[in-house]
Write a protein that binds this ligand. Structure first.
Ligand code: AMP
Ligand code: TRP
Length: 323
């Protein structure tokens, strides 16, 4: 039976890169496949953080995910640290993970380059990720493009464990969206919480406009009358994510013929974004006023997750002689 697992770190606000790359897919797939959606606080503590901020962001992430359309009666939504088996299986997977593969991970190299002292958690981060997925024996992992290398390593870890202790875990495969890599507003780097180039899913229309207006477009469009190439413009790519196919065709033509200036193009994008995001914002505001609903969803989710995690670990311990 196919099963989905995916995770998101509560290290900042949910942004439109997360939404388009992963969360939107979770919302659709929860109706088709049994889904586990996890707020991965144990991953978030590998970088410097404040305990109070983590607590607040974990809740805010739950609110945002519910507002974005995760339905707790369809998907199991829970917080990773509430199910201690994640760390148990991660330790076990550490013993079958080649150190060289961990050191080769692009995200490890990037994160450790930014730090003066590097903790072992940053290195072992993908091992915990493999454990997250495997605890639920999930085979399908809807994520953005930046997670492909981690998933390749998850498959390797699972293969090694299965070879040593007998076939048990499925090899997890990524499921990508057409918007698998959203660029930041500078148009140069991936949209990312740590780079401060994001648009939050819950941001008000005015705040979004303040970010869109100065955002990078095709540098060839210096004057209003200079024609542009939409394919190299990040604003056009956001149109493809938020606007209707007719609008996208129209925008493409207006850009190539200099029919519109970039500001008009951005105004139309703002309307398209607002159409999709306003209802999410409204649900978010309402949910923030009902913390008991969020607690209920996370409590039920943790219970469901715990049941499956504990049954997986019974088999793992038996096979490994851990009695
Ligand atoms: P994170 O915020 O790193 O926990 O990522 C949560 C999910 O969002 C993962 O599946 C990422 O691959 C995805 N994601 C993050 N940033 C982007 C982006 N700029 N474009 C597409 N997907 C993204
Ligand atoms: N590493 C992922 C990210 O930063 C988050 C994550 C943790 C995850 N565990 C997971 C994603 C398991 C998919 C499956 O985006």
């Amino acid at each position: 039976m196919p099963r989905i697992f995916s995770g998101i770190q509560p290290s900042g606000e949910l942004h439109i890169g997360n939404y388009l790359g992963a969360v939107k897919n979770w919302v659709v797939l929860q109706h088709e496949i049994e889904s586990f959606i996890c707020i991965v606080d144990l991953h978030a503590i590998t970088l410097e953080y404040e305990p109070d901020a983590l607590r607040r962001r974990t809740r805010e992430m739950a609110v945002s995910l519910l507002a974005a359309g995760i339905d707790p009666t369809r998907a199991t939504l829970f917080v990773q640290s509430r199910v201690p088996e994640h760390t148990e299986l991660a330790w076990i997977f550490n013993t079958v993970t080649p150190l060289g593969e961990l050191e080769r991970q692009t995200q490890f190299k990037e994160k450790s380059a930014r730090q003066e002292s590097v903790n072992a958690g940053i290195l072992n981060y993908p091992v915990l990720q493999a454990a997250d997925i495997s605890l639920y024996r999930a085979d399908t992992v809807p994520v953005g493009e930046d997670q492909l290398q981690h998933l390749e390593l998850s498959r390797e870890i699972v293969r090694r464990w299965n070879n040593r202790f007998g076939e048990f875990f499925p090899e997890p495969r990524a499921r990508l969206t057409p918007t698998r890599r959203i660029m930041g507003l500078d148009g140069q780097t991936k949209m990312s919480k740590s780079l401060g180039n994001t648009i939050g899913l819950m941001e008000e229309r005015d705040a979004i406009w303040a970010k869109l207006r100065p955002a990078m477009t095709d540098p060839a469009r210096v004057r209003r009358t200079d024609p542009g190439n939409p394919e190299i413009c990040n604003i056009f790519h956001l149109h493809k994510a938020f606007s209707s196919p007719e609008t996208v065709r129209h925008v493409d033509l207006q850009c190539r013929t200099a029919g519109w200036g970039c500001i008009e193009c951005k105004q139309v994008l703002l309307d398209s974004m607002d159409r999709e995001l306003a209802p999410i914002r409204t649900r978010g505001v309402e949910l923030a006023g009902h913390p008991e609903r969020v607690d209920q969803a996370l409590g039920d989710g943790a219970q469901t997750a715990q049941r499956i995690a504990s049954s997986t670990m019974t088999t793992v311990r038996e096979r490994m002689g851990l009695t």
